[in-house]
Design a protein around this ligand. Sequence first.
Ligand code: SF4
Ligand code: SF4
Ligand code: FES
Length: 385
Amino acid sequence: MGDSKGRKGEEKEAKEKKERRRERERVGGRERVGGRESWRECVLWVAYRVIGFALLIFVGGGGLVLKRMLGRGMVLGCSGASGSAGRALRWLGGRWGGAAGFRSGARSGAAVPEAASASEAGQEAVGAPPAPVKKGVQEFEVYRWNPESGGQPEMRRYEVDMDNCGPMMLDVLLKIKNEQDSTLTLRRSCREGICGSCAMNVNGTNALACLREVPAKGERTTVTPLPHMYVIKDLVVDMSNFYAQYKSIEPWLKMDEGGGKVEPYERAGQTMTVTENLQTIDERALLDGMYECILCACCSTSCPSYWWMGEKYLGPATLMQAYRWVADSRDKYTRERLQGLDDEMKLFRCHTIMNCAQTCPKGLNPAENIAKLKHSVNERFKASK
Ligand code: SF4
Ligand code: SF4
Ligand code: FES
């Protein structure tokens, strides 16, 4: 009886001890997590503070960075003045940058406090869309000659309000033609560097008028036809010799007799008599840098050899196209092509002066390909020389 009483007492004491230990652990646990009710609450507490801090940084310095990015149309490809989305984003950038109490410095790019006046910072008021840079009136001298009038060629001066004109030389010439002098004659078609018809000389360099930006204000801008070509009228030159030379190299795929042809067969309900001429990827890559030529003649008419011997020397544009067909793995007339070009005047008048590579508006390098063509001719026929 006494034993069982003692055992019960011990059990009760052990139970109480256990309870007290649990209570201690519970309280201790709370203290370890900074007084929060649970780990979950603790994590939320930390997250709120991190987000709050990040927002502070974003609204402050981030607004300025965003203003600059959007101001330059860097986001979503909104470049230049085009596109209402670009303008809206730039305006938004200005708003955010302004709301943060900062704006970009006039030239140094440093952030200046809101307190400084707009005129001190040398730029537009905070929040307003950037004021367009006034270009004002610019002068252009354009070559004019009308064979029917019987007069001498002259350089005629025009003034164009650049604030109401596109940024390219072709825009200027068309504005002159539409608004000041409808007799001005020039060739153009695509206005995006594809057709090659608007080639002319701007400030001494051959260029496509649609790809050449109007020179900076203050520079005297002269526009003349492609040099050393017969002029038909104003900026239009006679391209007959250039095209005849191009035709002389037979710029098309030449196969063996019956090459590519097969016995007629049916495909998709049609009778086929030819088959594809396949190339490997490497063979196709040999044509890169040549097939892109648009035959604008900027290179040929910048070549001194072509100036002096344009009737006999084929010139860089035609020679590069000649090599384009020599390099084509599908063409079966390489030997004949090289034989036709093995000529002192047609090919070897190129003296690697490189004007052609410098002037090409498509960034091609005719001089390099002419060098390869000379090498192919020499390799093929050196045994017989
Ligand atoms: S590298 Fe040859 S083709 Fe080119 S400009 Fe000079 S001479 Fe003419
Ligand atoms: S190589 Fe260049 S400059 Fe010469 S015709 Fe072709 S695109 Fe024009
Ligand atoms: S208009 Fe076509 S290349 Fe200039």
